[in-house]
Design a protein around this ligand. Structure first.
Ligand SMILES: Nc1ncnc2c1ncn2[C@@H]1O[C@H](COP(=O)(O)OP(=O)(O)OP(=O)(O)O)[C@@H](O)[C@H]1O
Length: 237
């Protein structure tokens, strides 16, 4: 039975490329708030997002997408000669394009107004990532798919990015693929995926256990509580 307000529903979906199955038997409903895909390299996180915006195949089962979708990729390639402002303005906003004002607001929300006239080719990896997230914000889409938002960010920008994502998720549906367990701890829904199979889905307090994280990454993972906040540690010895 389809859920009300569901933006995305996968039902027993097998996802992949050509005839190659990458994600197997996925059952997932994405609504408002923050959904985090957590899993090792190559586990199928990006493939789930690509299926939603139509660049990976639903080989079996079904997928329903209800609303506008934007995608902030982990890597930028084709846009490299544009300035930051021009890049943000390549986003669609509803049936139109993004205005200068919307673009500047989006740049402000991720703290990069100061580099709006620089070309992407002149930016650091972290600055490029912030630009692509500003582009997603400017689109004001119903569902924002964001791939690895905190990779390559310094601790200050990483902290600000987690706050930006949390704030976005108060107004939109946001799906994030990440290796950053701290983002998963702030999610409304976490999907733990290993080798294309979901091994846990639900609220972080319920699914993010030391046992499951250890199973997910194949190393010992500990959760510690400090001032009522849970933190993840990967003990070296
Ligand atoms: N265009 C493609 N054609 C064929 N196989 C692909 C394609 N893109 C990705 N794959 C394969 O799908 C599998 C899952 O890749 P995916 O990018 O979804 O993983 P991920 O969980 O996002 O990984 P990471 O954390 O490293 O970004 C990998 O084995 C990869 O080789």
């Amino acid at each position: 039975m389809p859920q009300r307000n569901a933006l995305v529903e996968f039902k027993d979906a097998y996802l992949g490329y050509g005839s190659r199955v990458v994600v197997k038997g996925l059952n997932l409903t994405v609504g408002e708030g923050l959904t985090v895909l957590l899993g090792p390299n190559g586990s199928g996180k990006t493939t789930i997002m690509k299926a939603i915006f139509g660049s990976a195949r639903v080989i079996k089962g079904w997928l329903r997408v209800n609303g506008s979708v934007t995608y902030a990729p982990a890597e930028v390639d084709g846009l490299i000669n544009l300035t930051v402002l021009e890049t943000v303005k390549t986003a669609r906003r509803g049936y139109g394009w993004v205005s200068d004002e919307d673009a500047m607001d989006a740049l402000m929300s991720v703290g990069i107004v100061g580099i709006s006239n620089m070309r992407l080719s002149e930016l650091s990896t972290g600055q490029k990532r912030l630009t692509m997230i500003a582009r997603a914000i400017a689109s004001n889409a119903d569902l924002m798919l964001i791939d690895e938002p905190t990779a390559n960010l310094d601790p200050g920008n990483r902290y600000r990015m987690i706050k930006v994502i949390r704030e976005l998720a108060n107004k939109h549906a946001v799906m994030v693929a990440t290796h950053d367990v701290d983002i998963a701890l702030t999610a409304n829904q976490v999907v733990m995926i290993r080798d294309g199979n979901v091994i846990g889905v639900g609220e972080p307090g319920r699914v993010l256990t030391e046992e499951r994280l250890t199973q997910l990454y194949g190393i010992v993972v500990k959760l510690i509580k400090h001032n009522d906040e849970v933190h993840v540690v990967f003990p070296v010895s």
